[in-house]
Design a protein. Structure first.
Lengths: 235, 235
């Protein structure tokens, strides 16, 4: 009997935003894998750290930080073979995923390689989207609004047409694109309706109107825009 | 000192998909409010039931089921005043919200009435979106995809233009709109890329290709479409 591959969303950063199921599975894990930078701590591991058993086998998947948009697939190909070894030996493998595994998550690179060969279960997690709207203390989307989630690296024309057709907009992966995004939203007269959040749910969380946001935003930052009639403000 | 209003996401249905924080706050709550139908059980309460203290004061907010699209605001106005009484008396009030409170949630109707008068904290939860993609066992959205979330009651023209401009699409609140939505997606040649999920994460969850979905879908059902290059299938 082979083991099961678990892709576990550990939520946006606050360890208390892990689900009961994530906590149970991590607490009883024998093999734990997670993405890690080439220097410094793994964010996913840091969220789950207190739950990981001291004697668990740990598999850091070292993803070098680089300018290219997406990680080299060789990292995931290698990790998938290491993980397959444990699964074949009958051990379950628990993969820690920031936020939700299937919401812009790198877990898909393992899932693509392993889900046809082994039993696989995805445990959904709280996304950064939910954490950011909670941090801003305003609804993300309401009633019959359209919500569009757009990666910040897209070009202005691609952003503009999609922003125009939604009532609620989340721009992810803001990082170094912030000055350009702010200029775009200014030209669309949307700055007043835009909020900025970085490191949502963590101790160092910062929340402010987009107009006040720093030019140097971290990768884990988001802009939320609400263009509707603010129904919650006029009950 | 007035009490704090907590809007707590209890997740998509499986009680184990509550967060540790939701579980802690509900387990120690003295006053618990939740939306409830005029007959039958409250879904939000049923998710959290095992955590609610036996001696907690419970405030069901009875929202009559009707054909109109949105609940009468008088229900929330009345509930807000009841809740304000407890907050003024110094007690915290814990409001149970299906999924995430700020993702199409009725919590906003209380938040709009109370957040300027009382301290308020929103605890994000796992959304039905994350639960449905986990149930379908395929990524919701990847890399630099655009994800658009569209309520099923929108008309075909509104749906079509937004579906065209996204790589990943979630159609919420499918219910009785399913036959029309299926026809629309057929004309757009998207049926083969569309999955259908109802009651995600619950024991009675059903998952299937859209082509096999029943004409009579429950309100808590969703269609997920992926139009991109399926990067996870060709690693």
């Amino acid at each position: 009997m082979s083991g099961t591959l678990y892709g576990i969303g550990v939520g946006p950063g606050d360890p208390e935003l892990m689900t009961l199921k994530a906590h149970r599975l991590i607490s009883t894990a024998r093999v734990v894998a997670y993405p890690a930078p080439d220097s410094g701590e793994s964010f996913a591991r840091s969220i789950a750290a207190d739950a990981i058993p001291a004697d668990a086998v740990e598999i850091p998947m070292v993803v070098p930080m680089r300018v290219e948009r997406f990680p080299a697939q060789d990292v995931y190909a290698g990790a998938a073979e290491t993980i397959a070894g444990h699964l074949n030996a009958g051990d379950d493998v628990t993969v820690l995923c920031e936020g939700d595994p299937f919401f812009y998550g790198s877990f898909m690179y393992l899932f693509a390689r392993l889900s046809e060969r082994f039993p696989c279960e995805v445990v959904p997690g709280v996304s950064s989207l939910a954490a950011c709207s909670a941090a801003l203390a305003r609804p993300l989307t309401a009633r019959n609004d359209v919500l569009t989630v757009i990666p910040g690296p897209l070009d202005d024309d691609a952003l503009r047409v999609r922003i125009e057709q939604a009532q609620a907009v989340a721009i992810m992966k803001v990082g170094r694109h912030l000055p350009r995004l702010r200029t775009l939203l200014d030209t669309m007269n949307l700055t007043a309706q835009a909020g900025y959040v970085e490191r949502a749910s963590l101790g160092e969380q910062r929340v402010m109107p987009l107009a006040d946001a720093p030019d140097a935003a971290p990768y884990f930052s988001m802009i939320l825009i609400y263009k509707g009639d603010d129904p919650w403000l006029t009950p």
